[in-house]
Design a protein around this ligand. Structure first.
Ligand code: SME
Length: 155
């Protein structure tokens, strides 16, 4: 099955599961689970939440151990949170500021989650054990999914 087809199925499934749900943790947990088990190239899938100014803490995730705390100044997640822009890293080993939670990770994508005022409230981090696993297709679908979280963050 193509990547787009996998996303279409997973999105449909997530939409049905989260209908009417407004709790941000429940939403993030469901999204992380469905994405992780629905996409072949996802090896760590989860959210980091902004819990204090300039600070991310791990939220709902699937996969191996994830670092608990990431300051905005560090990592690909920190850069995404600082700039409020999607980050795609084809080769994490070539990026000095990447934080390695697992030695098997080769590439990653990080997408910001914005509240209704446009502030970053979380990031969605997906890591793959394959190099160059993420592209504009991943960015488009993951940004769409993250936009479904916006109403849960009142601002
Ligand atoms: N890849 C992240 C660190 C988090 S773990 O990979 C789960 C980063 O460099 O921000």
């Amino acid at each position: 099955m193509t990547k787009s087809k996998q996303y279409e199925q997973v999105l449909q499934h997530i939409r049905a599961l989260i209908e009417g749900e407004t709790d941000e943790i429940s939403l993030m947990a469901t999204i992380a689970c469905e994405l992780h088990h629905g996409l072949d190239h996802f090896d760590w899938t989860g959210f980091y939440r902004v819990t204090a100014p300039e600070l991310l803490k791990v939220g709902p995730y699937q996969g191996g151990h994830g670092c608990l705390v990431i300051p905005f100044a560090r990592g690909v997640c920190g850069k995404c949170a600082r700039e409020a822009e999607t980050q795609i890293v084809a080769d994490v080993n070539a990026l000095p500021y990447h934080i390695a939670c697992s030695s098997s990770t080769r590439s990653e994508i990080v997408v910001p989650v914005l509240d209704q005022a446009g502030e970053v409230r979380a990031v969605l981090d997906v890591d793959s054990d394959a190099p160059d696993a993420f592209d504009a297709v991943d960015a488009r679908y993951l940004q769409l999914i993250c936009s479904w979280l916006t109403p849960a963050f009142a601002g």
